[in-house]
Design a protein around this ligand. Structure first.
Ligand SMILES: [Zn+2]
Length: 389
């Protein structure tokens, strides 16, 4: 009996081995009989891949660096069908867990989350199996919308065409990619400073950033008055190398940029430090700082009463003013002591004693709700800055 069991196990293993095609590394097309899985585009992360049947592949999603990395297991790949079929993609995670709902796009612009019944996640979240029918259309599957530098460039051009903001290049990354800087009204002494996309997979925070900045540049009486009074400085994407690489967290230097404000060991953060030094030498006063991110919920992280800001309680007043105007977007603000971790919020508080917040958006928060809320947050911030400075 035991012997028969052993033989059948051995046979099963042999059969499984026969069904498995050659395993290919990342950045090489992975062929099943009915489709090809490619990862040759900006933002891709697919990892090693092998066909496990005519309509099935297995991929290994890995972070970009060894050692500890934040559990934000980004994935992005393109499916190019050869025939109509129902296909299955088994995603095995190493160094992290399934976190982002797989989303699908046929054109790279419109995205929708796959229905839950098409995504089977293991109890330990180390594996997710995506099953779906395909026709002759190619499509992308990713942990979130592919908001990569080419799309940012289109957006920047659109913003510049309003005549309200001037783009320039703050500097280049080790990967040779430009970091875009947006400025409006350089004549004003008081500054609002915004930063985005330090962390590559944090798409919902990027959606908030775009809507927030558009509200600041809008053709409204409030935004017009605000721009008369304040110099708005924005760095929409501080980590283009990480975004292009489909990284979970780091830049090319295997570093979390949002732990490097203060040490400034990375080229990207050094560019920020130089900019801050220049602003100081010009007699500018940064009044408010916001850094856009994503996490598992909508929350603002800011200073507590042990770390008073100038003006006092500014962030609390701002968010309380916004709250009654916001629907379908639950959020909190969490006031914490300022510690020695090199996050942007801490550094900017310690350097300037200003209201300084991390604007966190839930990974899966409804995109229309993010946009509507960001507009209100921007409007209430403008009102309060006009009133208080
Ligand atoms: Zn983040």
């Amino acid at each position: 009996m035991i012997r028969r069991l052993l033989i059948s196990t051995w046979l099963l293993l042999l059969l499984a081995a026969c069904a498995t095609g050659p395993s290919v590394p990342a950045r090489q097309a992975c062929e099943a009989s009915s489709f090809t899985l490619v990862d040759d585009f900006a933002g891709a992360r697919r990892g090693r891949c092998a066909a496990t049947g005519d309509n099935e592949v297995r991929i290994t999603i890995l972070p970009e660096s060894d050692g500890y990395i934040n559990d934000s297991a980004w994935f992005a790949y393109k499916v190019v069908p050869k025939t109509n079929a129902t296909i299955a993609i088994t995603m095995n995670y190493r160094g992290g867990h399934h976190r982002y709902k797989p989303k699908l796009s046929y054109d790279g612009i419109g995205w929708s989350a796959l229905p839950d019944e098409q995504v089977r996640v293991s109890i330990d979240k180390r594996q997710a199996i995506v099953t779906l029918p395909v026709d002759d259309r190619a499509f992308w599957i990713a942990g979130g919308e592919l908001l990569t530098p080419p799309l940012y460039d289109v957006w920047t051009t659109k913003m510049a065409s309003t005549g309200q903001t001037r783009p320039s290049v703050l500097g280049r990354t080790p990967g040779g990619n430009p970091i875009t800087l947006l400025q409006s009204n350089n004549e004003a002494k008081d500054v609002l400073f915004l930063v985005g996309r330090q962390h590559p997979p944090e798409i919902s925070g990027a959606v908030a950033f775009f809507a927030f900045y558009e509200a600041l540049m809008a053709d409204t009486a409030l935004a017009g008055e605000f721009r008369q009074r304040f110099h708005v400085i924005a760095i929409p994407m501080l980590n283009p190398d990480g975004v292009i690489g489909g990284n979970w967290r780091h830049n090319l230097g295997s570093t979390d940029l949002n732990r490097d404000w203060g040490p400034f060991r990375q080229a990207e953060t050094q560019l920020v430090e130089t900019l801050l030094n220049t602003l100081d030498s010009e007699g500018k006063r940064i009044r408010v700082f916001l850094d856009f991110h994503s996490t598992r919920k909508n929350v603002f992280y800011t200073q507590n009463d042990a770390n008073p800001t100038d003006p006092p309680h500014f962030t609390r007043i701002w968010l309380e003013n916004a709250k009654p105007r916001i629907e379908n977007y639950e959020f909190n603000y969490e006031e914490n002591p300022v510690d020695n971790i090199g996050v942007a919020k801490n550094y900017m508080y310690k350097r300037y004693r200003i209201p300084s917040s991390t604007y966190e958006v839930g990974d899966e928060t409804d995109r229309a709700a993010i946009i509507a809320a960001a507009r209100v947050f921007a409007e209430e911030l403008m009102e309060l800055m006009i009133a208080q400075f």
